[in-house]
Design a protein around this ligand. Structure first.
Ligand SMILES: O=P(O)(O)OC[C@H]1O[C@H](O)[C@H](O)[C@@H](O)[C@@H]1O
Length: 542
């Protein structure tokens, strides 16, 4: 089974077909299939020269299968059936989709929230195998998770070398330290960037350990690969031309729907791929995930196995490859380098500088509304009356072509702790969860504006849409949510705790956004449960 890309929008079909015509005339399909790094201009060439390995992963990754199989057998023999993956962005998003689609359990740690990390640590440590996945080997979150787990294993009398598997690029500092520590190391293809690494060791190792059939993924991707050098019937070319041409024509908000799909969560992976690849030089495509279309002119709805202006159907392995190819093509149409992420480092550097200070410069709240403190500058000169007023003013500040983003530096599983009455029906349970979930705020605010409202968990989104926020068109309005930490976790060998790192990440990104003059407000929940409740109530009133 292959991937099909179909259009249900005449204008778009025409735009896409014109763009395909131009791309074919320029020889793009053959050039891309042969790994030509000049396709994105001289500025992008050095990076593209070492970033096109994903094109051949359906074949080259097969070489990893025996090594992966051995690892899976060892884990089974030792009853290591709680698989925890520490990895940010491209190093965890693909395994998350692969394992949820295959319905096999994987605990993903892509957070600095102490509560969420503690939850993982306290869950079956005796049967835990930890995959530490980082291409660069220098990502602070992943490094912290490794240090915390090493200590937890040792404290429990377990040798970390028996439990830690490292996936990284050859020559990274992580490879070196992992070899010294005696960890199992699986090296990934260094010619593949993080967000294009779904079919590399980064996607395959944790997914296989969790029980997913990764050979099938590669088979499905290999089946679509021959189509990608064609000038006709090339799903990657058709999709990329549509995304690029639509965005160039002003339809640059990409609503990705997957309601009927058996692939679970692909939009989250696409979000990183598209946002980080295209959101730069003041251009880009804003992925909108988990939201209904609002029917505005600058919106393009893509359905995964579900009807949209463009519908993309096909198995997961093939979808990965087609979306990667389409993103590279859209980059060419938009005139950007799809392999760089120039603005991600900025927030990281800000965070590093903040962590060097004795006290984090949190500032003074402009308002305290019960368990919610409000920091930052609101559009308009008057002080806000209450939290509802803050939300209204943020909504009013969204430019005509802009968007609002909610960024929650919180525990993304905490809502499941919400109490519900004994004997509650499933509906009552989901009501209790959504009443305690900051994600609910997205839907509430979306009903009050036609403009897109997106939601991201911090710091996860910093490795994804964070690039677009800072590098893309400057028309975003930003709402951060942070929370008090009750039970913090030391990061062994580092002068900070996870809670301090988490807050520094929020402040670091706030600095980067404020520097660009974007409206950015931080809501700090001094009591997390009561704070979310208050926030959702304020959104209802606003
Ligand atoms: O795999 P790592 O080197 O730890 O990187 C994880 C993530 O970090 C950065 O933010 C990049 O922008 C992402 O594309 C990458 O996926």
């Amino acid at each position: 089974m292959s991937v099909s890309v179909t259009f249900d929008d005449e204008n778009l079909a025409e735009l896409a077909s014109e763009a395909v015509g131009r791309l074919v005339a320029e020889g793009v399909p053959a050039a891309l299939a042969s790994g030509d790094p000049t396709l994105w201009g001289p500025g992008a060439e050095p990076e593209a020269t070492v970033r096109l390995g994903w094109l051949t992963l359906p074949l080259t990754s097969r070489e990893l299968l025996p090594e992966i199989e051995k690892l899976v057998e060892r884990a089974r023999a030792e009853n290591l059936n709680h698989v925890v993956l520490a990895g940010m962005g491209g190093s965890s998003l693909a395994p998350e989709v692969i394992t949820t689609s295959a319905d096999v359990p994987l605990t993903v740690l892509d957070t600095t929230d102490p509560g969420q990390v503690r939850r993982a640590l306290e869950d079956r440590l005796e049967s835990t195998i930890l995959v530490v996945a980082s291409k660069s080997g220098g990502t602070a979150e992943t490094d912290s998770h490794r240090r915390i787990y090493e200590k937890a294993f040792r404290d429990a009398g377990i040798d970390p070398a028996d439990r830690i598997v490292v996936v990284t690029d050859p020559g990274s500092p992580l490879e070196q330290s992992a070899i010294e520590a005696g960890y199992t190391v699986i090296l990934a293809d260094p010619t593949v960037g993080g967000r294009y690494s779904a079919l590399s060791a980064f996607g395959l190792v944790p997914s296989a350990l969790a029980g997913a059939d990764v050979k099938e993924l590669l088979d499905d991707a290999a089946a679509v690969q021959p189509l990608l050098s064609q000038t006709e019937g090339n799903p990657g070319l058709d999709l990329g031309a549509a995304l690029g041409a639509a965005a160039a024509d002003g339809r640059d908000k990409l609503v990705i729907e997957d309601d009927l799909s058996e692939i679970n969560g692909l939009p989250d992976w696409i979000e990183q791929l598209i946002a980080e690849s295209t959101g730069k030089s003041g251009k880009g495509i804003l992925p909108v995930v988990g939201a209904d279309p609002s029917g505005v002119d600058d919106e393009l709805v893509v359905g995964i196995d579900t009807d949209g202006a463009v519908t993309v159907t096909g198995p997961l392995g093939a979808q990965f490859l087609v979306w990667e190819y389409a993103t590279a093509v859209a980059g060419r149409v938009l005139g950007i380098d799809p392999f760089s992420q120039p603005n991600v480092a900025e927030s990281k550097e800000n965070t590093g500088e903040l962590l060097d200070q004795a006290e984090l410069p949190v500032g003074t709240p402009i308002l305290v509304d019960g368990p919610v403190e409000v920091y930052g500058e609101l559009p308009g000169s008057e002080a806000p009356e209450d939290l509802s007023d803050v939300l209204t003013r943020l909504l009013d500040a969204i430019p005509e072509d802009g968007y609002l983003t909610i960024m929650a530096y919180l525990d993304r599983e905490a809502a499941f702790d919400a109490p519900y009455p004994e004997g509650a029906s499933f509906e009552e349970m989901t009501d209790a969860w959504s009443g305690a979930d900051p994600v609910t705020l997205r839907g509430q605010l979306a009903t009050r504006t036609e403009r897109p409202v997106t939601f991201g968990w911090g710091p996860r989104f910093l490795h994804s849409t964070g690039q677009y926020h800072k590098g893309g068109p400057q028309n975003g309005v930003f709402l951060q949510i942070t929370g008090a930490v009750e039970d913090d976790i030391e990061v062994p060998g580092k002068p900070y705790t996870l809670g301090r790192l988490q807050l520094a990440q929020a402040l670091g990104d706030q600095g980067a956004l404020a520097k660009r003059g974007r409206p950015t407000v931080r809501l700090h929940l001094t009591d997390r449960v009561a704070g979310v409740e208050r926030l959702l109530a304020a959104a209802r009133q606003a």
